[in-house]
Write a protein that binds this ligand. Structure first.
Ligand code: PLP
Length: 371
């Protein structure tokens, strides 16, 4: 095996995640490892849970990072909310909605898919009609669809749905980049990932569950299909009001340190300021791409600033240009998925990388490659 130097791994990360990790988060990863029930570590866990509440804008007691990537957050929420006999309405307008529907099927639920056009938000009325027509227990939707760069107006759902269905939201790419207001929007279960707008490496999945979701989960007829992701067991480990701190699994100590530092940075900057920085950097990049002949995929009213999707101009080849960006400029951008493979780029302006300067660096590199 060849030992890599830090220099050989220098990249400007502007793909769909991971995003650039700042030095203070890397320093946190290098802190000494302590026991996972060490009082000092338990204090860090409590601060992380509170930091996540502040970030999700919720007072939900059950708020913690699942040990695993964003997909583990998806599985934890879906498997806890759904069991055989339940009906779930899932909006699908990209890769990640499709995955949520598949998870719900694997949880044993009857799944009604509301299919939307890739590159557009699903009209709220369509989701609501399906939920009412099928008596859905859960309505699931991706807030920030990373395969298309589209923001779903999740804030419209609860008033239109009424109080009954549980609302499940994937905000893996949303959290920290655009507003996410769990309590105000009436969300019952929400999950994210560390490697997007939080600028922490991949490895943890922040989740939050409303009190009524916790109550419903406690009254299920069948066991949760995953022991590892069973929140009735996990809550004893993560709940800061539970003094027993029963052992469930060994938390990934270093990743929790890293998330603690990532949260500290976001909260110190302030949510409004963080969202504004993403809006400015994303807007600047999008204007620059349009100037250079790219065509933006997502419509303006539902366009994410942190993940830009754009069709390439005719004179730019997808694969070779991305390769040159990486080899000659150390810049990573992402290619398209599904029907957009080979036709669009997905460019992240996420977390620490969301600055006008990094957008300018990428635009200048594109100019240089074009000659
Ligand atoms: N949901 C969305 C919207 C995502 O963008 C991703 C990853 O990019 C996931 C879920 C899955 O997260 P992970 O790759 O961290 O497991």
């Amino acid at each position: 095996m060849r030992t890599r130097t830090p220099e050989s791994l220098v990249r400007h990360l502007h793909g769909p995640g991971p995003s650039p990790v700042p030095q203070s988060v890397l320093d946190a990863l290098a802190l000494p490892v302590v026991g996972h029930l060490d009082p000092e570590f338990v204090a860090i866990m409590d601060e992380v849970s509170q930091g996540l509440r502040d970030l999700f804008l919720t007072s939900n007691r059950l708020t913690f990072p699942v040990s695993g990537t964003g997909s583990a957050g998806m599985e934890a929420t879906v498997f806890n909310l759904l069991e055989p006999g339940d009906t779930a309405v899932i909006g699908v307008k990209g890769v990640f909605g499709g995955r949520m529907a598949e998870e719900a099927r694997r949880a044993g639920a009857e799944v009604v898919v509301v299919e939307g056009e890739w590159g557009r938000a699903i009209p709220t009325e369509q989701l609501v009609q399906a939920a009412h027509a099928h008596g859905a227990k859960v309505v699931g939707i991706v807030h920030a669809e990373t395969s298309t760069g589209v923001r779903q107006p999740v804030e419209e759902l609860r008033p239109a749905l009424g109080p009954e269905p549980y609302l499940l939201v994937d905000t893996v790419t949303g959290l920290g980049g655009v507003p996410v207001r769990v309590d105000e929007w009436g969300i019952d279960a929400c999950y994210s990932g560390t490697q997007k707008c939080l600028s922490v490496p991949p490895g943890l999945a922040p989740v939050t569950f409303s009190a009524r979701a916790v109550e419903m989960i406690g009254a299920r007829h069948t066991p949760i299909r995953s022991w590892y992701l069973d929140t009735t067991l996990l809550s004893a480990y993560w709940d800061d009001a539970d003094t027993s701190r029963a052992y469930h699994h060994t938390a990934p100590i270093s990743m929790v340190y890293a998330l603690h530092e990532g949260l500290r940075m976001v909260l110190e900057e302030g949510l409004e300021a963080t969202w504004a920085r993403h809006a400015e950097a994303g807007g600047h990049l999008q204007a620059g791409l349009v100037d250079r002949g790219f065509t933006l995929l997502a419509p303006e009213e539902h366009r994410l600033p942190q993940l830009t999707t754009a069709f390439l101009p005719d004179d730019l080849d997808d694969a070779s240009t991305r390769r040159r960006l990486l080899d000659e400029h150390r810049i990573e951008v992402g290619g398209g998925l599904g029907p957009f493979a080979g036709r669009i780029w997905r460019v992240g302006m996420m977390g620490h990388g969301a600055t006008v300067q990094s957008a300018d660096r990428l635009l200048a590199a594109i100019d240089q490659i074009r000659g």
